[in-house]
Ligand binder design. Structure first.
Ligand SMILES: C[S@@+](CC[C@H](N)C(=O)[O-])C[C@H]1O[C@@H](n2cnc3c(N)ncnc32)[C@H](O)[C@@H]1O
Length: 237
């Protein structure tokens, strides 16, 4: 599906390398790995490029969560939906009765909605513009009981690539605990998409005695892009 609407201010669809700001160009050159339908009119803000999950990785994560989640889990909450990389893959998987996508930045949310239209799945998603930490205990509390909560938070703070082992307690603006505690208060079935160098000892501290912790690296071109940690019934018990 091709959408020809002009993006609103602050949102772009770069067609030509000459228009692309220097900081974005590395990502723009990988645009078809990020969104295979890029040329159908994908919208991005300049900041959204840094955090978007590439399509092959998002597709594989969506397939893994669809397979691992027990049938009682019919709702998927994408807590930090960004420009829609993961949300679109969750919708395309066809596994979920309801999908909620939360994003606090209205321009980035507009990109996600539009990009989901490009992929033909926008109507399968409930879009929520707001702070997920406020929305979860309010609007999403009831639905959250039957939900898998997926979070791909910002990885700000010390540059994760500079460290052999990344300290998740200093991740900005939310540490591992800032995210995990409020999510797990709504549903034990939580999946977090984190830097590939994340300190596994910090993740293990969140496991119950005797519980297995499932951590999966998602790779492209022979290198890990990121890891997902699976909590609750998604780790196989
Ligand atoms: C790494 S990006 C997510 C990328 C997304 N998975 C994708 O593939 O496009 C993180 C997003 O979380 C949003 N965000 C940060 N804090 C938030 C909050 N408290 N509630 C909702 N969204 C938030 C940011 O605006 C950013 O777009």
């Amino acid at each position: 599906m091709t959408t020809n609407a002009d993006p609103p201010e602050g949102i772009q669809h770069y067609d030509s390398a000459t228009d692309v700001p220097f900081e974005v160009s590395k990502y723009w050159h990988q645009r078809y790995n990020i969104f295979s339908k890029y040329d159908d009119g994908i919208w991005m803000t300049d900041s959204a490029w840094f955090g978007v999950t590439p399509e092959p990785v998002a597709t594989r994560i969506a397939a893994d969560i669809a397979r691992l989640a027990p049938p009682s889990k019919t709702v998927l909450v994408d807590a930090f939906c960004g420009a829609g990389g993961n949300t679109i893959a969750f919708a395309l998987s066809g596994r979920w009765k309801q999908i909620f996508a939360v994003e606090k930045d209205p321009k980035v949310l507009a990109c996600a909605k539009h990009n989901a239209e490009v992929y033909g799945v926008a109507k399968k998603i409930f879009w929520i513009q707001g702070d997920v930490f406020a929305e979860l205990p309010k609007r999403l509390k009831q639905a959250g009981k039957n939900a898998v909560i997926f979070g791909s938070p910002p990885w700000g703070g010390p540059t994760y690539a500079d460290y052999e082992v990344y300290d998740l307690s200093v991740m900005q603006p939310y540490s591992l605990l800032d995210i995990y505690k409020p999510f797990a208060a709504i549903s034990k079935d939580v999946v977090l998409y984190l830097p590939r160098t994340s300190d596994l000892r910090q993740l293990a501290q969140l496991a119950k005695p005797g519980e297995r912790l499932k951590v999966t690296h998602y790779c492209m071109y022979g290198a890990s892009k990121a890891l997902c940690v699976f909590f609750g019934s998604l780790n196989g018990g």
